[in-house]
Design a protein around this ligand. Structure first.
Ligand code: IMP
Ligand code: MG
Length: 180
């Protein structure tokens, strides 16, 4: 594993694929215990979460689980724009369902708050969130996710679904911006 360069910036290895896989298995086991027989509806927040959601969904031993997708966008480059756009809505009937939001990373918390507000309009039975990564120091609104893979400092990272302007999502490890 080496340094990678995107948009003229250098990133160094931060969380290796084995460590990610270990947390995904742990989260899968916990979620399987908590959602047994509850007809869980996983709600994958595109685009960043698709890699994590695919691994997590298979790590869950739940015969009655379903998955659906919503697309939100708040980041441009390495900055949150402070506004959350809903680019693609969700269609499954979520009324009375036990919804588990699947996020790649919780930063300011804005995306999560906006999504929870939107979901509440349809009266789900329960709404919880699992996020692979969580930056506690960056949280401005809302609550921490109920399930967290890694708590990390306020640094810009990419790989394993996370991007910089659409790039680097296909890296199997997670990288952090190199400090000069
Ligand atoms: P929030 O609304 O500020 O919590 O930001 C959530 C979204 O911003 C995430 O779902 C990511 O798409 C993006 N994001 C936040 N931090 C990072 C990062 O370090 N790298 C890449 N994307 C990030
Ligand atoms: Mg995202």
């Amino acid at each position: 594993m080496e340094e990678v360069t995107y948009q003229g910036l250098t990133f160094v290895p931060y969380i290796k694929r084995d460590a990610i896989a270990e947390q995904v298995q742990r989260l899968g086991a916990e979620i399987s215990r908590d959602y047994e027989g509850k007809n869980a509806l996983f709600l994958c927040v595109l685009t960043g979460s698709f890699v994590f959601a695919a691994d997590l969904f298979r790590a869950c031993d739940l015969q009655d689980a379903e998955i659906t997708f919503v697309r939100l966008k708040s980041y441009e480059g390495m900055e949150s724009t402070g506004e959350v756009q809903q680019v693609m809505g969700f269609s499954e009937d979520i009324t009375g369902r036990n919804v588990l939001i699947v996020e790649d990373i919780i930063d300011s918390g804005l995306t999560a708050v906006k999504l929870r507000q939107e979901l509440d309009k349809y009266n789900p039975k329960s709404v919880k969130m699992v996020s692979l990564l969580f930056k506690p120091e960056a949280l401005e609104v809302g609550n921490p996710p109920e399930y967290v893979g890694f708590e990390i400092p306020r640094k810009f990272i990419l790989g394993y679904g996370l991007d910089i302007d659409g790039l680097a999502r296909n890296l199997s490890d997670i990288y952090v911006l190199k400090e000069e």
